[in-house]
Design a protein around this ligand. Structure first.
Ligand code: NAD
Length: 223
């Protein structure tokens, strides 16, 4: 199996969303150039990325939209159902439990875990909440593969250890900290602040360059 470059993996959902919108608008065939233009990418890059899915575009026709959508879904294994546990049913955790789209992508929350006694025994979006000590045995019994961490940073490692004890294969961590697990466990850290840092820094830099451009135009007008 070819190793997929990480930027390719991260771009594939963007193609998928765009292609789904095209299909809804009745578009049946599409070229990599159109996809590239719509997503402000290079068309060679788009072609290379899409090659990983195994679907080949034809020189004049391009890609069949439906076929390409299916190929991306299969490549990302989003056609396979994966049961998941969520640890920390607070603001972010509840929002994730209520986000129906995850099911479309195969991620199916079957239980959540929390330390708050008011939440234990209740349900959020029909997902039952349990105490943390139940994680290992329930994960093994239910063959749960994915653990989602939406706990405070200080609680993330303990939750990870319980998930690992339960034989979990992957951890999607939203807490602003890094967690440790054996190397066979896939860990994906999602730091909101990473993208916020890029946003705020880019704002300053764009402002700086616009101001520089404005000043150089003023100078030019004076001479
Ligand atoms: P929250 O306080 O609303 O929810 C945290 C939940 O974790 C609560 O239900 C709490 O009872 C539970 N909890 C506390 N200690 C626990 C423990 N030891 N084990 C299990 N559960 C425990 O917080 P939130 O806003 O949902 O944020 C959760 C995590 O996600 C934090 O690490 C936060 O930094 C991160 N995060 C949140 C957002 C957001 O939009 N809310 C955005 C980015 C990152």
């Amino acid at each position: 199996m070819r190793i997929t470059p990480e930027p390719t993996m991260r771009r594939l959902p963007h193609y998928l969303h765009f292609l789904k919108r095209q299909l809804e608008n009745g578009v049946e065939k599409i070229s990599s150039t159109i996809i590239a233009q719509a997503l402000s990418l290079d068309s060679t890059q788009v072609r290379k990325d899409l090659e990983y899915t195994g679907v080949k575009g034809k020189p004049k026709t391009g890609f069949f939209v439906k076929e390409l959508i299916q190929a991306i879904l299969e490549f990302l294994t989003w056609t396979t159902r994966r049961d998941a546990f969520l640890i920390g049913a607070g603001n972010l955790g509840s929002a994730m439990l209520g986000y129906n789209r995850f099911r479309e992508y195969g991620l199916n929350f079957v239980a959540a875990f929390d330390t708050d006694e008011n939440k234990i025994g209740s349900e959020i979006y029909k997902v039952p909440i349990f105490t943390l000590d139940k994680i290992p045995s329930m994960a093994r019994r239910m063959n749960v593969q994915v653990g989602v961490l939406t706990v405070p940073a200080h609680a993330a490692q303990t939750a990870t250890d319980l998930l690992v004890e339960g034989g979990i294969k992957a951890i999607w961590n939203f807490a602003p900290t890094y967690v440790k697990a054996p190397k066979e466990v896939v860990i994906e850290n999602h730091q909101f602040t990473e993208s916020l840092a890029a946003l705020t820094r880019k704002m300053v830099e764009v402002d700086f360059h616009l101001e520089k451009y404005r000043l150089s135009n003023l100078e030019g007008n004076r001479t």
